[in-house]
Design a binder for this molecule. Structure first.
Ligand code: R5P
Length: 291
């Protein structure tokens, strides 16, 4: 038997529980006046596997409550504790870009591997790391958003041209293009700072009248999408649609993308956001069942 425990404010958890046909209980989290946190599991998890669905965007301050919850579940008699983190944070710091920097992805993986028995996530940012198994010592399953994104594109965008804004997006862009039976191209990005991004069109664009669909794994400041949209418009293409898997956008970033000549901004529901339009629930449930 399995029980889903939901991190507060994670609507995907209840939907996942329905999909898996099991009960869902929300984790109670109390913050003391001194800033310390107490978590409480209100469900009877004795003898059951626990699927802890946690929203780990804006992750600072979330790891300790997560570890408390995993330990509490086991102390209450749970079997395995499977962490479902639809967005896996810290993956972009996958090397020491400047002397003295921490490689946060490695440290976070070590901490999670020491507290959960398995991990399920959606399209982690794999760039310099090729697979999560290089980092995580517990069993890991990755659900992919490409099929759901390709289906959304096929249904909503006439004559799409799938555009990856940078080299690492080739992996998603190529797969979405294949599934949507559309051409694709990849642009060249240079990031000079958190909010300083330049994108150029490196090669030839396919001939024909296409609607560009920029696809990226993460939209955070939105600067990548804005710069990619500007490069496409400068090349004479119509206003693009922007699709991201993980919406880490605040209101100002979303406004900047919309002001940047993008036709529509659409995201998957790994992080609850006003732009969510593509459900990754079926793929996520399949990955949880597999683990
Ligand atoms: C980075 O390589 C990722 O794939 C995204 O392109 C990046 O995180 C987007 O960030 P921002 O929205 O801040 O440009």
């Amino acid at each position: 038997m399995t029980k889903v425990i939901a991190w507060p404010g994670t609507p995907l958890a209840a939907a996942l529980a329905r999909e898996l046909g099991c009960e869902c209980s929300e984790l109670a989290v109390h913050r003391f006046p001194d800033g310390e946190t107490l978590v409480r599991i209100d469900a009877d998890v004795g003898g059951q596997d626990v699927v802890l669905v946690a929203r780990l965007d804006r992750p600072e301050g979330k790891f300790l409550p997560l570890a408390f919850a995993c330990d509490a579940a086991r102390e209450l008699g749970a079997g395995r504790v499977v962490l479902v983190a639809p967005y896996l944070p810290y993956m972009r710091q996958d090397t020491r870009f400047h002397p003295g920097e921490a490689v946060s992805s490695r440290t976070f993986a070590r901490l999670v591997s020491s507290t959960a028995d398995a991990l399920v996530t959606v399209d982690p940012h794999l760039h310099r790391w090729q697979a999560l198994s290089q980092l995580y010592s517990v069993p890991v399953r990755v659900a992919h958003a490409a099929p759901a994104i390709a289906q959304w594109v096929s249904r909503n965008v006439p004559s799409p041209l799938i555009v990856g804004p940078d080299a690492e997006s080739e992996q998603w862009a190529a797969e979405i293009a294949r599934l949507a039976d559309a051409p694709h191209t990849v642009l060249e990005k240079t990031r000079r700072g958190d909010r300083d991004v330049a994108v150029r069109i490196g090669g030839d664009l396919p001939a024909g009248r296409f609607t560009p669909v920029i696809v990226d794994d993460i939209a955070s400041t939105g600067r990548t999408l804005v710069a990619a949209a500007a490069a496409l418009r400068a090349a004479g293409l119509p206003a693009p649609v922007a699709v991201a898997v993980h919406a880490l956008l605040d209101d100002a970033s979303l406004a900047a993308i919309r002001a940047g000549g993008v036709l529509a901004v659409v995201t998957c529901d790994t992080v609850e956001h006003a732009t969510n339009a593509i459900s990754i629930l079926p793929a996520l449930a399949q990955a949880v069942r597999a683990v």
